[in-house]
Every structure is written in structure tokens, then in C-alpha cells.
Design a binder for this molecule. Structure first.
Ligand code: IPE
Ligand code: IPE
Ligand code: MG
Length: 251
């Protein structure tokens, strides 16, 4: 049985988040510039977007550029921004054919104006689609997002719109950039690094983590299927006890 057929369609994650990592090391292995790696990562994005859409995953969040990535050399940042613009321009038609809706989270005001414009055009163009929602995290970090949420909550409390006594986890969530979607059930990180790197800090509280040594430009649909199959074998407990197991242990 091929990998895709091994996936149980009745227990698919609704939301998968991905840290696309390893472009630089991939390029280095090939003797190329870091940007060569980033360029080759575009095909991997196509693959996971297509695979997620075909399977019926509802939300796919891709960490494309972190708040901390602004500390990289200027040439790499400029190259990434140019690549982002050209990729959006080239891929929007195909995304539309695949019924993909596009959304962006992050401090978009930090991005060059031309990137903002291309992104907004594409988001608007795809806004009526009803298949996969592709969420790009750009100039995003979990701490940035939580800080922004706290700031807006304080402003609303000051203006009387928010009663501080009413603040609970649900309300905090409603102030996050991701309030329109469920928390990810599965996080995949490529390139062998085992850390979160300031991605969805609040939302990952009970997410299953999957790390693979595959470098992002080598990532293909089969790798994505493998991660989902692995996820489907896990038992998620959310702090509770598994009742069947507890009974066996007591007897
Ligand atoms: C991920 O690949 C892409 C971005 C962070 C933009 P890297 O550029 O981090 O590649 P490595 O980790 O240096 O190999
Ligand atoms: C995380 O990768 C950010 C993105 C994939 C956009 P990094 O390569 O920036 O993370 P660190 O520096 O290895 O933690
Ligand atoms: Mg990296």
C-alpha cells in the first residue's frame, strides 16, 4: 500500500504547521549560495500545499520568515523578499485552480511595500476559495504575536471595551493573529533541528511535534504523508488519563 493510502481520512489533522528549515545547508552541500537553497524550497512548498489540499487538511501554516530572520545579512533578506514576490506572482493562478485560500500572519508593516502589495492582491484574489487555507507566517514570531495581543487587550481595557475580570484563555485566543483557525494538531520541522524557534508559542501547547532530518528543498509529498501517518499512531491525552489503559493497569 502506498503512503497516501495508509492515511486515515477520518482522523486527519485539521491544521498542520510547518517550520521549513534547512535551505542554507542544502545549498551549502551543493556548493551554492544560500539563496539557491531558498529558490529550490519553492517546489517543496508547492508539494505540501498540493498534498494538504488533496487530502482535505483545512489549514496549513508555513513559517516563511521569522522576526529574528531580519538579523540575517541584507543580501539574503533582499533575495528572500524578491523570491517571495515572484513566487506569489507565479503561484496565485495555480492556487486558485486548487481552490486554495491565502492568509498571512505577522508584522506585515515590516515587509517592503511591494511585497505587501503583492500579498494583499493575492489574498483578495483567493479570498472566495473554499478548499485549503494556506497561512503564511511572515515577519512572525510567537512572542511578537502575544505581545501585540497583550497591547490590544490593555487598550481595550483602558477604553472600557474589555473587562479585565472577563479575561480567560478563550479571550486571549481571540486577540491572537490565528484566532480564525484551530490550534495545529501537528507541527513538522525539517532539517533535523528540534526547536520551536519562536513559532506559534501559544498555539503549540498540545501539538504533536514531528522532526525530520530532510532538508526543506528535498521535502516531497511522501515526507508529508509519513508525518501524518506517524501522527495518527500517537495517543493524544491532553493531560488526562487514557481510560482503557488505566483500567488494564488497575486490574
Ligand atoms: C529556512 O532555511 C528558511 C528561512 C528561515 C527563511 P534556513 O535559511 O534557515 O537554512 P539553514 O537552517 O541555514 O540550513
Ligand atoms: C525558523 O528557522 C524560521 C523559519 C523557518 C522561517 P531558523 O533557521 O530561523 O531558526 P533557528 O535560527 O535555526 O532557530
Ligand atoms: Mg535555519
Amino acid at each position: 500500500m502506498n503512503l497516501k493510502e495508509q492515511i486515515n481520512r477520518d482522523s486527519l489533522p485539521r491544521h498542520i504547521a510547518m517550520i521549513m528549515d534547512g535551505n542554507g545547508r542544502w545549498a551549502q552541500k551543493k556548493g551554492g549560495e544560500r539563496l539557491f537553497g531558498h529558490r529550490n524550497g519553492v517546489e517543496s512548498v508547492r508539494q505540501v500545499v498540493e498534498a494538504a489540499g488533496e487530502l482535505g487538511v483545512e489549514f496549513l501554516t508555513l513559517y516563511a520568515f521569522s522576526t529574528e530572520n531580519w538579523k540575517r545579512p541584507r543580501t539574503e533578506i533582499d533575495g528572500l523578499m524578491t523570491l517571495l514576490t515572484s513566487t506569489i506572482a507565479n503561484e496565485t493562478r495555480k492556487l486558485n485552480e486548487n481552490n486554495v485560500r491565502l492568509l498571512v500572519i505577522g508584522n506585515l508593516a515590516d515587509l517592503p511595500k511591494s511585497v505587501q502589495k503583492h500579498l494583499m492582491n493575492s489574498v483578495n484574489f483567493l479570498s472566495g476559495n473554499t478548499g485549503l487555507t494556506l497561512v503564511l507566517a511572515l515577519s512572525y514570531s510567537g512572542r511578537w504575536e502575544i505581545t501585540e495581543a497583550v497591547k490590544r487587550m490593555c487598550q481595550d481595557a483602558r477604553s472600557g471595551k474589555l473587562d479585565p475580570d472577563s479575561i480567560d484563555a478563550c479571550l486571549v485566543e481571540s486577540y491572537l493573529a490565528t484566532s480564525f483557525m484551530p490550534d495545529p494538531e501537528l507541527l513538522i520541522r525539517t532539517s533535523g533541528e528540534r526547536r520551536i524557534s519562536n513559532f506559534l508559542l501559544w498555539q503549540l501547547a498540545y501539538t504533536e511535534l514531528y522532526f525530520t532530518p530532510v532538508l526543506w528543498p528535498d521535502y516531497r509529498k511522501e515526507h508529508f504523508y509519513e508525518a501524518i501517518i506517524d501522527y495518527q499512531r500517537r495517543e493524544r491525552r491532553f493531560g488526562k488519563v487514557d481510560e482503557k489503559r488505566a483500567i488494564t493497569l488497575n486490574n
